[in-house]
Design a protein around this ligand. Sequence first.
Ligand SMILES: NC(=O)c1ccc[n+]([C@@H]2O[C@H](COP(=O)([O-])OP(=O)(O)OC[C@H]3O[C@@H](n4cnc5c(N)ncnc54)[C@H](OP(=O)(O)O)[C@@H]3O)[C@@H](O)[C@H]2O)c1
Length: 428
Amino acid sequence: MEFRVGIVGCGVVGTGTTALLLKNSEVIKEKTGVELIISKVADKDWEKPREFYVPEELRTTDYREVLENSDIVVELVGGKDFAKRLILEAIEKGKHVVTANKHLLAEEGEEIFRRAKEKGVMIGFEASVGGGIPIIKAIREGLVGNRIENIYGILNGTTNYILTKMLEEDMSFELALDMAKKLGYAEADPSLDIDGWDSAHKISLLAFVGFGKFFPFEEVHVEGIRNIDLLDVELGKDLGYTLKLLAIAKRINSEVELRVHPTFIPSDNPLAKVSDVYNAILVEGDFVGKTMFYGRGAGSKPTASAVVSDIVDIATKGQNWLWESKEKLKVNKNFYSRYYLRFDVPDRPGVLAKIAHVLASYNISIASVLQKEKVCKLAGREGQPIVPLVILTHKAYERDMQRAVEDIQKLPVVEGKATLIRVEEEAY
Ligand SMILES: NC(=O)c1ccc[n+]([C@@H]2O[C@H](COP(=O)([O-])OP(=O)(O)OC[C@H]3O[C@@H](n4cnc5c(N)ncnc54)[C@H](OP(=O)(O)O)[C@@H]3O)[C@@H](O)[C@H]2O)c1
């Protein structure tokens, strides 16, 4: 059977996808019996250099040529406005759609998936999370027999690279970000990555696949790594923790926690060992237990591999997938977690008692206080009047913790802004 595949957007992923389809079409035919034929590839500019030569006869600058001549339309433009118009237009014309656009799907996917269901066409979005890692398929198919309990992900390569450099080479955040830019891992404007939005888009799509409900994107708690101080990365290391930008979708009865924030995880946890630009996703199902998926979360070839898996899926199965859970799940923003706190305080007796008193008034109990000499040494503040005080707490509610930290910051003994990092020990 023949399928005509049209691609809009021939940049990093579009070029990789075109190359894969042209190079491996025979292998795909052998494996699946399906012949994938590129109808047209649209891009605004055919003059700019590409890693792969796209034959002249496939090129167009008009996306409508792709729409008219394809059974499957592959959107690889990115961004929201044009991509949404293109996808909705393709759906209206009865075309199946494959996209890698996590930004669009996380924020406006509900409308797109619903429209696709009404029109009886499919939306493939494997490449939108974890690049080449087949995580959507793994949750939907491999783990279909399970009730998914938790998903923990290191979903952004740029931030993972920066945190790895900070941890392993004692680099400041700014220096590590500069390195990431030089190596092409970070965009000129890296805010989608470092402020946590890219990870948030991806975890909300994983929650959709795992829990069967599209949660409003505004309900995801998002914090990035922009304000991470090297001192806290080092103190955490000393305590046996590794700092990661963790994306979490956790089910607790009829509520789910959806959050992205810098998180201390025990250094012997497999997720702690995921370094540089690599991604990993740990999925916990009620029967399978914990499973972990690891690989390259971005790049032309790995992402193209995921795009083509969607194309083949659509061509071979032809059935829609939109699971809507009957459960009344809602987002809980008042999570229950352990915390690492750091305050700058004068080096004199009685300060810890004042802070402990505020924590106790919110029912927050202290698990340990880091030895002052060690902290001062790491911070290079030995013998100085203002020193860092590090406290690890037992589990507490987020709202109580936010209020307690607010009150503590008002104490005359506390200087500057406190540091609060959540500690996650259950992701094994
Ligand atoms: N890069 C990755 O590793 C990766 C990984 C996973 C997912 N993704 C997702 O994949 C999508 C594409 O990313 P990318 O990195 O390949 O982006 P990219 O390199 O910027 O490619 C997008 C291409 O689309 C072209 N374009 C823009 N508007 C167009 C229009 N109206 N008609 C035709 N072509 C148009 C762009 O041209 P101009 O440059 O001239 O504007 C550019 O060549 C995004 O949604 C991204 O989030 C990327």
